[in-house]
Ligand binder design. Structure first.
Ligand code: PMP
Length: 425
């Protein structure tokens, strides 16, 4: 640890357990003292352009004054109250989300993280069938390379073979894991699978258009539309996990919009509060909600995360939606797509690059080979370029604030090029 590390770091670090990290030999994290726009300011005075907007939460850039002001006002009057009460921020937010969501997603269940939103969707699907007297339907179809969160239920929906949770495979409920169809033949195969097992299925879940943590893998809107159609044909609730893809990330407000579909449930989170507070939600169609109406609690949805509908988080989310209404975020996402297509093109000529993919405000450069030490070295290297990038597995990717400047994006793309050029040790 060099002398530029603040004293709180030395005191606290021995007690910290970092995310997705082998703590035995991981490099020390960088102490941060400030964020602003697309910039992260380190304790040693280094300024970094953030290429992934803190796991793509900070869609308007960090510390947007409109969100900060709304939060300041809310924190003075009511930072929190339990959600058995009604309060303006959550009720206004629910109404606004329903108006923005694909048609028919009429009910909003607020949760405190993306993972709990996905857990809620699973629970809604299984109990919906249970309430109808159909107790066989408790399995899900999830897709290979899927990632839906880190709690046990979510982990069971994530790819058991390639996914990051494979060490715990034997401790998780088994689901059905199938390839995302890519043409009429594989769509027919998918339909045949559904035909053969639909009586055991509670639902089908997908990250629409982009599988994020599974490697920034894309599929086409017409494939998504067909999967939705097949689910509807067999009346299987179709769950869209838009936790990564929502809020303009893929070039439309929700990824489902590009396919013209309206899933039965939709999970949102991450950018919902514009990168300020943790808040997520599971939106559901009215028929699912009605499936829980009955005489006793046994038929009710027995879920209530302590901080659900937290007023401060909802105030941040409402302010974030103001910005989506009043500032050209969709145009910015599409401008980022154009720029990335141009800027990342030279990467295609690099010997270690397998593929370059761009969709909306996501750019991914997939390498032929990589390993953990290479990826860790690339992460360190990006800091020397004055940027923050967090490649994983074999992918170097950008998912910046939608407000990032052209120059900042060019600097990021240049760094991606340099990282992709870096030989494997
Ligand atoms: N689903 C997807 C697609 C995600 O990207 C994430 C984020 N890691 C989650 C679910 C889980 O969200 P959270 O980390 O907020 O629990």
């Amino acid at each position: 640890m060099n002398s530029s590390y603040p004293s709180w770091f030395a005191q606290g670090f021995p007690h910290i357990w970092l995310p997705y990290t082998q703590m035995k030999d991981a490099p020390l994290p960088q102490p941060v003292v400030k964020t602003d726009g697309s910039r992260i300011y380190l304790a040693d005075g280094t300024e970094l352009i953030d290429g992934i907007a803190s796991w793509w939460t900070a869609c308007h850039g960090y510390n947007h004054p409109h969100i900060v002001e709304a939060m300041m006002e809310q924190v003075r009057t009511m930072p929190h109250v339990m959600f058995s009460f009604a309060h303006e921020q959550a009720y206004t937010l629910a109404d606004r989300l329903v108006k923005l969501a694909p048609e028919g997603l009429n009910r909003v269940f607020f949760t405190d993280s993306g993972s709990t939103a996905v857990e809620t969707a699973m629970k809604m699907a299984v109990q919906y069938w249970h309430n109808r007297g159909d107790k066989q339907r408790n399995k899900f179809i999830a897709f290979k390379h899927a990632y839906h969160g880190d709690t046990m239920g979510c982990m069971s929906l994530s790819d058991p073979e390639h996914g990051m949770h494979r060490a715990l495979n034997h401790h998780m409920p088994r689901q059905y894991y199938v390839d995302i169809p890519s043409d009429e033949y594989t769509l027919a195969e998918f339909a045949a699978i559904i035909e053969s097992i639909h009586k055991t299925l509670a639902g089908v879940i997908i990250e629409p258009l982009v599988q994020g943590a599974g490697g920034m893998r894309f599929h086409a809107p017409d494939i998504l539309a067909e999967i939705d159609r097949i689910c509807k044909q067999y009346t299987i609730p179709f769950i869209a996990d838009e936790i990564f893809t929502g809020f303009c990330r893929t070039g439309s407000f929700f990824a489902c919009n590009q396919a013209g579909i309206s899933p039965d449930m939709m999970c949102i989170g991450k950018a919902l509060t514009g990168g300020t507070m943790t808040l997520a939600a599971c939106l559901a169609k009215e028929y699912l909600f009605e499936g829980f109406l009955g005489e006793g609690l046994d038929q009710a949805l027995m879920s209530g995360p302590t901080y659900m509908g937290n007023p401060l988080a909802c105030a941040a989310a409402n302010a974030s939606l103001d910005l989506f209404e009043n500032e050209p975020r969709l145009d910015q996402a599409n401008a980022i797509e154009h720029q990335l297509q141009h800027l990342l093109k030279p990467c295609m000529d690099l010997p270690n690059v397998k593929e370059v993919r761009v969709m909306g405000a996501i750019g991914a450069v997939q390498l032929h080979t990589s390993n953990r030490s290479h990826i860790l070295a690339l992460r360190q290297q990006s800091v020397t370029h004055g940027v923050f990038l967090r490649p994983f597995d074999d992918v170097i990717y950008i998912a910046p604030a939608l407000t990032i400047s052209r120059d900042e994006l060019s600097t990021l793309a240049h760094s991606v090029f340099l990282l992709a050029s870096s030989p494997l040790n």
